[in-house]
Design a protein around this ligand. Sequence first.
Ligand SMILES: Cc1ncc(COP(=O)(O)O)c(C=O)c1O
Length: 496
Amino acid sequence: MSEMTENESVAEPLKQTKPTDDKEKASATTEEFPLPDWVPQWAREAPKIVVRAPGPKSKEIIKIDRDYVSYAYDRCFTFTIEKAAGTAVMDADGNVLLDFSSGIAVQNAGWTHYKVSRAIQDQAAKLIHSMANDAYFDKEAHFAKLLSEISPGKALKGTFFGNSGAEAVEAAFKLSRYYTKRNEHLAFFGSYHGRIGAGLALTSKLKLRYSYGPLAPGIIFTPFAYCYRCSFKQTYPECGLYCVDYIENQVLSMGGTTGQIASIFVEPIQGEGGYVPPPKEYLPRLRKLADSQGALLIFDEVQTGFARTGKMFACEHYNTVPDILVMGKALGGGVPLGAIIAKPEIMKKWRPGSHSSTFGGNAITMAAGLAHVTAIIEENLADRAAKLGDYAMKLLKEMQLRREIIGDVRGKGLMIGVELVKNQYTKEPHEATNIQGKCWRAGLMTITSGIFGNVFRIAPPLCISKAQLEKGFEIFEQALKDEEEFLKIGTSSPPG
Ligand SMILES: Cc1ncc(COP(=O)(O)O)c(C=O)c1O
């Protein structure tokens, strides 16, 4: 075997590097918001169902999986994923599905973006493990610099890289304790911050916490500004954000704290809680509250970050800068990566050895993440998400007028929640699983969330075309209609 030069790659040459025929096709089209030209032809044809899933090849793998892989995974799609590109996912039997999930808000620039694939392949040929705990690594430094430049208000600096969203939450939790020398934290009903350690302790849902106690002590939960199902039965804006008054006047004085709150942990838009954007005054009020308590304000943007909501970070919609920002999911473009970035005076408190991770700043994750975030910036995907999000919101609001199973439509950019109810007056939740299955059978991959499992997340890759959004909504509405007919709901009458 001949020796390789530094720039040679051991990997197969990339197949999806901007095929010229597709490029010509894309530039010839007059379509508004077309798919980018790097998306291969097979993925442009989504959805295309060739066999009822699970087909024979999927079944073979599922059989082995069921014998050998942990049952802890709660899978909602009975197929084996083979490849994905742009906004489409292909299973082992050749079914091509249109994707409205981005792999849970991970593939923001599109599945298997060619720049991310190429960056991984090039990096893997040179160096895989960067031992970034003990030595310096160029891409880690450059990536941290870029994250500081795009941070809210350009006010944050000093990134700590870990391996997942939950690990990043853990880092933020530790830093807030280290900095304030306090050990109490405020968190919210409907929150989700991960499945381990501090992240699980900060997560409110009983099902996820069940049988894992005792969890980290010192966490006080309070209702989130979930206006559609207000815990206080108030109505915005007349309420004057009673949910924040409640924290100020009751939780902090009568809720059993020691008056020594280290941090307020909040998702600027709740993700797993049901894609819930709070009113515009909410985060500024939390900012004031944190300052008045000498506590740090921590925004968990693991799900909302990297252009998903039409801005690089969701907190920019609220003109509010956190003390610590938590990132994950789309940060890595598909590889396991999480990170925190903070106000410099806070991050600088951590002295060498205060926190660490063997794989933090890993060569592959840095190369992939840097390529993905750069693509999001260069392809102006925040703007695209904002514009397509407005269009999607309009279509869904119109659909809500036709479909009484839809109780609420809300969101920002391409992070939209569609909440299902049995009756628009009683707001009794209607579980989404059946409809999700119907969509999937028809070639649309959607995921759900919400404390009652009744919210559809409309969170496609941000490179989705306008035509694909329309196609996806057609499938979605048909599934809703079938469910309404099946259940005979959709009477617009109030109860009684
Ligand atoms: C807001 C938020 N924080 C943290 C996490 C945990 O991230 P991970 O699953 O990468 O540990 C998630 C995952 O869904 C999340 O949505």
